[in-house]
Structures are given as C-alpha cells and as structure tokens.
Design a protein around this ligand. Structure first.
Ligand code: GDP
Length: 359
C-alpha cells in the first residue's frame, strides 16, 4: 500500500490535530515547546502557569516557514493545537485529561538517559488509549563534540558531524530503539521509516539549538493527516471540553475550553456541568490568544464572532464559576429540549466528579 508521506485518501476538510507532549521530568518538554514557539516559558517567562493545562495554536503558515517542506508535499491540516500539561507528579489527573483530548502525542526522551520511569508510564498510557505518537530523541547537542547547526533539519545536521559524533549518535539511538522494543514498540528514525502505520517514528532534536524541530513539526502534521483522516474530518457538531475556570478582573468569570470539533459562536446558548448542577448560559465573548501564544498566559486576546475547531478558547459567560474541568460543553440548538440536555450534562458532571474523587 502507498505510504507516501503526504498521501491522504480524499479531499475532506480537516481540522487541526491536537497534540500533547509527554516524557520524563527534565527530558526537555517545556524547552521543546519554547523552541517551537520561540517563547521562554522554561526560564519563567510565564510564572505560575505550570499548574494548569495550556493550549497553543500553531498555524500552518508558521509550520511551512519553519519546516520548508519539499515541493510536492501537501499539508492538508490548517495547523496544530498543542496541549501542555503540568509535569509535576501530583498533576497526573491533568495529564490524563490532556491526553484524552489528544490526537497525536510527542514522547520526549533525553538521548543521554534513554527511557526513564515517566517515559515508560507515558508509553503505557498511550498504548492503553491507542494514541499514535512520535518519539523525540532530545538533547542531541549534548553528544560529545556536537557542531551546532541552528534550526537545521536533523539529517543535514548529522551529516555535518564528525565520525565520532555519528558513532555515538548511532549507538545511543540503537539503545533507545531496543528499549522501546522491550516495551512493545517498533520504532525507526523517521526518514528511514517506510512503514509508518506500524512502526513509530523517532525524530532527533535539540531544543536548545533547534536541530530537528523542522522535522518534528512536519512529521506531526503529515503523520496525522495520513493516518487519522476520519478523526480529523471537520464536522458541524460541537465537541468541546472544559479545561479551567478563571476569575479575571477585567473579563469576569470565564472558562478555558478546548474546541475539538465544530463551530462556536458568540451568542450561542451552551450547557455546562457545574458543581451546583447543569447551567445553561449564553456566550458573551469568545476569545483566543494570538497564534503561538499560550492560552494560560494573561495577554491580549483576539475577540471572535465565531470560532472553528480545533482551538483553545476562552469563553466569557454568566454562571460559570463552578464549572467542572474535564467535562464537556454542549451547544443548544433552537428547539433543543433543555431538560434533556441538562440531564445529559449532569450525568457527565457526576462522572467527572467521581473520577476526581478517586484521584
Ligand atoms: P521538562 O521537565 O521535560 O519540561 O524539561 P525542561 O524543558 O524544563 O528542560 C530541563 C533542562 O534541560 C533545562 O535545563 C533545559 O534547558 C535543558 N534542555 C532541554 N532541552 C535541551 C536540549 O535539547 N539540549 C540541552 N543541552 N539541554 C536541554
């Protein structure tokens, strides 16, 4: 069968794949996201956001500019939505909530350390939920004698290295491939991977000097669009999950949500599960951060009349103070039975409430 990197079966309208980044502490998850966005969260640019789930929109134009795909490669998705979950042990419920939203994951492995405890746990979660992933073999610049090639595609950067560096790279790569195999995964360096439906990709990177970042961005979009057309097909039914409740001096109470599919409009009547039961309210304002900016970081928001999935969205409306993170938000259409919709919402609220108690 054809496994051409850009091939997809038909001409459907696709939404952005939702991607999350997992891995052992200190493997470089934050730095990697910083390198992709050209931000500096890792150095504390945005203090205090590490206890929430965040979302960053990466437009396709930016991906093309960074990745410079060769002619003939067609990018069909309009961008990527990256979900960032807190790394600390005590936030495993948020990590699992982040994961449940995600279409494709990035598992970051420190090339100098190989697979570590949290890497193995992440892999088990992904296998359990049947989520596709790309392994990032990060910190290649720490190989002894590495010559920096800022933002270069990894193949080019590797060609530039001495024989010793190449040998150390091969040795460490083989070690990780073996460890992954011991965990039940077949993997290969992405440009040698001709069976990507069965074999998982490895993309070597440096989050410090940017080698391999173009490759990672391109692989995320190409593998997603090639393997999950059904899941990524845009539909007109809203699928939306609450991430956080915020109390803002200027905006008032608002909720951060991930719009997974469909369209939200200013003025839509929505139904949200709260600790005090289901609440029906009207969207007063629909906001997003600017592209490449974090939803969690207070900044200047863009106001929208309508928004199409996938996006991280801030919704301003009355009655959201006790909304329950992790529960779905429903849009009511004219003629919808309010009682029925509220009952559905309440059931979801109870389930999430019970799950949170268990955790
Ligand atoms: P996280 O815990 O997985 O989010 O890891 P961080 O992004 O906070 O990175 C942990 C440490 O590793 C920091 O000191 C980073 O500067 C460093 N680091 C991350 N990526 C790289 C890399 O590619 N090369 C090198 N040399 N250091 C890195």
């Amino acid at each position: 069968d054809s496994e051409d990197a850009g091939a997809i079966e038909c001409d459907r309208m696709l939404r952005e794949p939702i991607c999350c980044i997992l891995g052992h502490v200190d493997a470089g998850k934050t730095k990697l996201l910083d390198c992709i966005r050209h931000t500096n969260v890792q150095k504390g640019e945005a203090g205090g956001i590490t206890q929430q789930i965040g979302a960053t929109y990466i437009p396709v134009e930016y991906i093309k500019e960074r990745a410079k795909p060769r002619e003939g490669i067609v990018i069909k998705v309009p961008g990527l939505l990256v979900i960032d979950t807190p790394g600390h042990e005590s936030f495993s419920n948020m990590r699992s909530r982040g994961l449940s939203l995600c279409d494709i994951a990035v598992v970051v492995v420190d090339i100098m350390h190989g697979l570590e405890k949290q890497t193995v746990e992440s892999l088990a979660l992904l296998k359990d939920r049947n989520v596709r992933f790309i392994v990032v073999l990060n910190k290649v610049d720490r190989l002894s004698g590495w010559k920096h090639c800022p933002d270069a595609p990894i193949k080019k950067a590797l060609e530039n290295q001495s024989g010793d560096v190449k040998r150390e790279f091969e040795w460490r790569l083989t070690k990780v491939v073996t460890q992954l195999m011991e965990n039940g995964f077949n993997t290969a360096l992405y440009y040698d991977n001709h069976k990507f439906r069965k074999v998982f990709d490895i993309v070597p990177t440096s989050a410090i000097s940017g080698e391999g970042i173009p490759d990672l961005l391109l692989m995320l979009v190409l593998r997603s669009q090639a393997t999950m057309v059904e899941k990524l097909t845009f539909v007109n039914t809203v699928e939306c999950t609450v991430l956080e409740v915020n109390d803002d001096k200027d905006l008032g109470t608002n909720i951060d949500v991930v719009l997974i599919n469909g369209v939200l409009h200013k003025g839509d009547q929505v139904n949200v599960c709260t600790k005090q039961g289901p609440v029906t309210t009207t969207i007063r304002d629909l906001l997003t951060p600017h592209p490449l900016k974090e939803l969690r970081v207070k900044g200047i928001y863009k106001h929208h009349k309508e928004l199409k999935a996938a996006q991280g969205v801030k919704i301003v409306a009355w009655g959201l103070k006790y909304a329950i993170p992790g529960t779905p938000l429903f849009v009511l259409k004219p003629g919808d039975d309010l009682g029925q919709s509220e009952a559905k919402s309440q059931r979801n609220g109870n389930e999430e409430g019970n799950m949170m108690q268990e955790i």
